[in-house]
Design a protein around this ligand. Structure first.
Ligand code: CIR
Length: 253
C-alpha cells in the first residue's frame, strides 16, 4: 500500500515544456484545474499528498515522477537525460529527506528518468530510452541490490519512457501496449493489451486498489473495471500535449 504522494503544481511556463507530439500548447488555466482534479483523485485513495509549489524556471517540473525513484527501502534522486530538466532533480531532495533516511543518487555520466522505471514488488524494470542510458541503469541496479532489491534493463526503441507503454497494476496485472507487446520479459503477466487508439491509457497508476486512468479510453477502462479495481478517470489532456501522462504527475510510495 502507498501512504505518501508528492506532486508539483504546473508552472505558467508549462507551454515551453518539451514535447514530441503535435497536439498544440497546453493552456495554463486548464492545466491548473486538471492538476487539482488529479490531486483530488490521489486524496480519494487514502494517501497524503505533498503539494510542491510551481517552479517557473523548469517548464516540465510538474512531471515530478522523473526526478526521483521512491522504493520501499530508499529513494534515488535521478539525473534526467533531458538537459533542460537536469536541475529539477536537485529540487526534490529536501522534500524526500522528510520521508527517507536513505537517499541515493545517479551520477554522471549516468542518466536516468524514473518514468523509465517500473516497480514490480522488489524488482525494477529499467527502460533504456533516449533519456536513460546504460550507465544510469547500471548505477540504479547497484543501488537497488545494496538495499535488497533487484533491477533489469529493457531495450527500447520508440516510446519516450518505459511507463509510456507499461503500467503495473499489482496482483500480476499489467497494462501493455506498442513496442512492449512482443518482449519476453512481460509474457508471464496477466496482460491487458491496450489498443493503439487508446495507447495513452497504458500510462495509468495503481494507488491502493484504485486505478487512476486518463479519461476517454472506454475499452481499457472496462478491462480495468473487470479486474475489480475502483477506477478513477481524470482529464490530463493539457499534460498529454507535453507527452505527460497520469504516472508522470506524482511520486507514490
Ligand atoms: C518531458 O519530455 O520530459 C516532459 N515533457 C514529459 C515527461 C513525462 N514523464 C513521464 O512520462 N514519466
Amino acid at each position: 500500500m502507498f501512504k505518501h504522494t508528492i506532486v508539483r503544481r504546473p508552472a505558467a511556463t508549462l507551454m515551453h515544456g518539451l514535447t514530441s507530439v503535435d497536439l498544440g500548447r497546453p493552456d495554463y488555466l486548464t492545466a491548473q484545474v486538471q492538476h487539482q482534479c488529479y490531486i483530488d483523485a490521489l486524496l480519494s485513495c487514502d494517501v497524503d499528498v505533498t503539494v510542491l509549489p510551481p517552479r517557473e524556471d523548469f517548464p516540465d517540473s510538474c512531471f515530478v515522477e522523473d526526478v526521483a525513484l521512491c522504493t520501499p527501502h530508499c529513494a534515488v534522486i535521478t539525473r534526467p537525460g533531458a538537459d533542460s530538466r537536469r536541475g529539477e532533480a536537485e529540487l526534490i531532495g529536501t522534500t524526500l529527506q522528510r520521508f527517507y533516511s536513505s537517499l541515493e543518487s545517479i551520477t554522471a555520466p549516468g542518466t536516468l528518468e524514473a518514468g523509465d522505471v517500473m516497480m514490480v514488488g522488489t524488482h525494477f524494470y529499467i527502460g533504456l530510452s533516449a533519456r536513460t542510458n546504460e550507465e544510469g541503469a547500471r548505477q540504479l541496479i547497484q543501488i537497488l541490490q545494496r538495499h535488497g532489491m533487484s533491477g533489469s534493463m529493457v531495450k527500447m526503441a520508440e516510446m519516450l519512457h518505459l511507463k509510456t507503454g507499461l503500467s503495473y497494476l499489482e496482483h500480476n496485472h499489467l497494462l501493455i501496449t506498442g513496442e512492449f507487446l512482443h518482449l519476453d520479459e512481460f509474457k508471464s503477466f496477466n496482460r491487458i493489451e491496450v489498443p493503439a487508439e487508446e495507447a495513452y491509457a497504458a500510462n495509468s497508476i495503481w494507488v491502493n486498489d484504485s486505478v487512476i486512468m486518463p479519461a476517454g479510453h472506454p475499452y481499457t477502462a472496462e478491462q480495468v473495471r473487470k479486474l475489480g479495481y475502483r477506477l478513477i478517470e481524470v482529464d490530463t489532456r493539457e499534460f498529454q500535449k507535453l507527452d505527460g501522462g497520469v504516472s508522470c504527475l506524482s511520486l507514490r510510495f
